[in-house]
Design a protein around this ligand. Structure first.
Ligand code: GDP
Ligand code: MG
Length: 338
């Protein structure tokens, strides 16, 4: 199909070049050519999954590419627990990006499920964006990621992120080392955080997407339900405000969203911890921690919704929920859903 299109365009250009001979001095034909190109080239669309070990910047890249925060990010590993879709609308194309949990080794049921969610995208998508961090170079955890994609036929682009943190010679030798693996169609260095190299990355992705329909309407940036996004915003504040094992032991479930008579939107959400000691930390002295989490989350959700919000948070304990399949499912962490 791609070949046909190119041929069609060539024929058109051939005809036009005749005109050009006659009118070149009178009209600038380039804008017309560009417009015609958009009209004649087929719409391209497809799925690209962002995969890699935890903390390399996958979610940051998703947010920057779709120019909106759809995935929460933090400097802690295993922040992302679900597959998160972000839709990038371009002239004549639509890239559907899938952010995934970091691929890592763990015996915990929750972590196994998270990794399974990542692996499940390997053969389902048109393209894999395999992300490494330039800062750490190629490390055993990256090797683990590469091993997990052995035999996977989906085309792969290696995205080397965080180039703002290294000097050029270190980057060049990493690119060289990765080139020798002959695993990737392309290798591209970027800084997701500084938005460096993102236009080039978009162009590269487009080269590997097939002709396809507009899967999502223009105004849609993600297909994650609002209950999930609001829960993630609350969890992000917990990740930022608490330490040690607390961030990892927490799940947030949005129970209800409704409008009060005075127009204020009320969100009821429950924060689950695994131990009483964690619950104590989450509530804080005289409720100060919970107030802080609530205030920060409320401000962000209010900005998003553009309405006044009343956020009601509860804290409960569900012992060892990360090792119980039933609780993991109840909290929305399954390998194929939000
Ligand atoms: P993920 O676990 O792979 O999704 O990683 P995140 O997107 O949550 O990012 C992990 C940490 O790396 C966060 O603190 C980000 O701000 C940081 N980060 C992401 N991309 C870059 C980058 O290009 N440069 C730098 N310096 N930091 C980055
Ligand atoms: Mg992430």
């Amino acid at each position: 199909m791609k070949g046909d299109t190119k041929k069609g365009l060539k024929v058109f250009l051939g005809n036009f070049s005749l005109c050009r001979g006659n009118f070149a001095n009178f009209i600038d034909i380039q804008p017309h050519l560009n417009r015609w190109k958009i009209m004649t080239e087929p719409f391209k669309s497809g799925y690209a999954s962002i995969v890699g070990r935890p903390n390399v910047g996958k979610s940051t890249l998703l947010n920057r590419l779709v120019a909106q925060k759809v995935a929460v990010t933090s400097n802690r590993p295993q922040t992302t627990r679900n597959k998160i879709t972000g839709v990038l609308h371009l002239p004549g194309a639509q890239i559907i990006l899938v952010d995934t949990p970091g691929i890592h080794q763990s015996d915990r049921t929750l972590n196994e499920m998270m990794v399974r969610a990542s692996l499940s995208t390997f053969s389902d998508v048109d393209l894999l964006l395999v992300m490494f961090s330039a800062e750490s170079g190629f490390c055993p955890d990256d090797e683990f990621v590469l091993n997990s994609m052995r035999g996977v036929k989906t085309k792969k682009i290696l995205v080397i992120n965080k180039i703002d943190l290294v000097d050029k010679s270190a980057l060049l030798s990493l690119i060289d080392e990765m080139n020798q693996k002959s695993l990737f169609e392309e290798i591209i260095p970027i800084s997701a955080l500084k938005e460096d190299g993102l236009d080039q990355l978009k162009s590269l992705i487009l080269n590997y997407l097939p002709e396809g329909p507009e899967y999502f309407p223009k105004e849609m940036v993600t297909d994650c339900p609002e209950t999930f996004l609001f829960g993630e915003i609350i969890r992000e504040k917990i990740l930022k405000l608490t330490r040690f094992e607390v961030p990892h032991a927490v799940a947030v479930v949005v129970e209800d969203i409704y409008e009060q008579d005075n127009g204020v939107v009320q969100i009821d959400a429950t924060i689950y911890a695994e131990k009483d000691s964690q619950k104590k930390i989450l509530i804080g002295e005289k409720g100060s921690m919970l107030k802080n989490i609530g205030r920060q989350a409320r401000q962000e959700i209010e900005k998003r919704l553009g309405v006044k919000l009343f956020l009601k948070l509860f804290v409960k304990v569900k012992a060892n929920w990360r090792d119980q399949k039933q609780s993991i499912k109840e909290f929305g962490y399954t390998h194929d859903s939000f």
